[in-house]
Ligand binder design. Structure first.
Ligand code: C5P
Length: 412
């Protein structure tokens, strides 16, 4: 069985990335970011603020990037070499990682008092910002005002993520996105405008189903719909005509996608079958395996002295299996496998049983924090082998999966 790593296609290869490193402990992750970008063939030109140099050295940044490291606005040598205006323009994308609250405040105000802020003010290229700061600083109304302003100005954001802070051990929103998550955002920004799935119809299911016991009670599960919704959005970004069939969730409908809301598995099945034919089906919903055989039309009343009611369950339709064996089977049928043990083995048997081309298997044991959380670690199981993807946020998994789908369609 062949083992490959997540394929990041060629979007980054040969692209010129201006990496601005500002001063925070997360700067150590920028060294790894430089490596990840360079191994994909990107050319990385670094700028470091004075504060960044307190955390990592220009020597390390220079060695890993194989580039001159730009430090000073008033360096006669650097100005003669490239000059700050050309630094800002001679690139395909500017990445600020880590972006401190201070640098973001300067960007929002248009201040230019050092090389990094001056270049950012002179830039006419897309800018991606990866904030990193203490959760209290991130949550501060001043920072939030600046973020809003920067978003209005067209600046792109990745993170910050939730988690433990390196310095204080505090938990909360403020941790810089992991290097591979930043790489995924870089890829999708550089992909911009490319619509390889234009003209393809995709159906995505997402969320849990609610199976009624009576008019007020139901059987449900912990699915949040985040992964399925992110996949619908990612496919739409690549130009696909996407319909999302969503069970009851508390998150917003994704932009650029037609969303059909359902409650029960049978409604979800009907909605999906109505959408055939299609090119792509990605069945992410955590469909309840069973429903109550005869749900009550009236609320079941608790009577003093009565034994609890017996619930008799019956099997729900398997939507993935139905689609995988349908006369109008989409070219690409993809299922998810939420497992707590024997992930690969169960994924492989599911591939065969459900008639799928790809099973995305993940570990949903309670300690993984995946169910309902914002991260995911998946293995992709096809007839040709297994790909083991690193831990990423669910949006990055979705972006990578959308690219994988594009590739599979191109070669099918
Ligand atoms: O068999 P299992 O529930 O583990 O399979 C998971 C995969 O099958 C997911 O892709 C899920 O969306 C799909 N599924 C379905 N209908 C069901 C049960 C699962 O579409 N009734």
């Amino acid at each position: 069985m062949k083992q490959t790593s997540a394929d990041s296609r060629m979007t980054v290869s040969g692209k010129r990335i201006l990496l601005i490193i500002s001063g925070g402990i997360a700067a150590y992750k920028s060294l790894e970011l430089i490596r990840r970008l360079r191994e994909r063939g990107a050319l990385v030109r670094p700028i470091m603020t004075a504060a960044a140099q307190q955390f990592i050295t220009p020597l390390a940044v220079g060695a890993l990037s194989a580039s001159h490291v730009y430090l000073d606005l008033f360096s006669r040598e650097d100005e003669q070499d490239v000059g700050h205006i050309r630094l800002a323009r001679d690139c395909d994308l500017i990445v600020v990682a880590p972006a401190t609250a201070n640098l973001m405040a300067k960007m929002a105000q248009g201040l230019a008092d050092d090389l990094a802020s001056t270049v950012l003010l002179a830039a006419d290229r897309p800018v991606l910002v990866a904030p990193a700061m203490n959760p209290k600083m991130w949550a501060h109304p001043a920072t939030q005002r600046n973020v809003q302003q920067l978003q209005q100005d067209g600046i792109h954001f990745i993170g910050p993520m939730a988690g433990e802070m390196a310095e204080s051990g505090e938990n909360g929103l403020g941790r810089m996105a992991e290097p591979l998550e930043i790489v995924a955002s870089v890829e999708s920004l550089l992909d911009g405008g490319e619509k390889p799935l234009k003209g393809r119809r995709a159906i995505v299911t997402s969320g849990p189903t609610h199976e009624p016991i009576d008019p007020v009670r139901y059987i449900a599960n912990r699915s949040s719909g985040r992964q399925g919704h992110a996949i619908a959005r990612a496919l739409a970004k690549l130009g696909a005509d996407v319909t999302l069939v969503s069970g009851p969730v508390s998150i917003a409908d994704p932009e650029g996608v037609k969303t059909i809301h359902v409650e029960r598995a049978e409604e979800m099945r009907d909605a999906v079958l109505d959408l055939l034919p299609a090119d792509i089906a990605v069945m992410v919903a955590a469909v309840a395996d069973w429903r109550v055989a005869t749900s009550s039309d009236q609320k079941i009343k608790k009577q003093p002295g009565d034994a609890p009611p017996m619930l008799s369950l019956t099997e729900n339709p398997d939507i993935l299996k139905t689609v995988g064996h349908h006369a109008h089977r989409p070219t690409l049928v993809i299922g998810f496998a939420a497992e707590t043990q024997n992930i690969e083995e169960n994924g492989r048997s599911k591939l065969a049983r459900k008639g799928a081309d790809l099973i995305v298997a993940n570990d949903v044991s309670p300690e993984s924090g995946i169910m309902g959380g914002d991260r995911n670690r998946v293995k992709l199981i096809t007839r040709d082998g297994i790909e083991d993807w690193p831990d990423m946020d669910k949006n990055s998994v979705a972006d990578h999966l959308a690219r994988k789908i594009t590739q599979m369609l191109e070669t099918s």
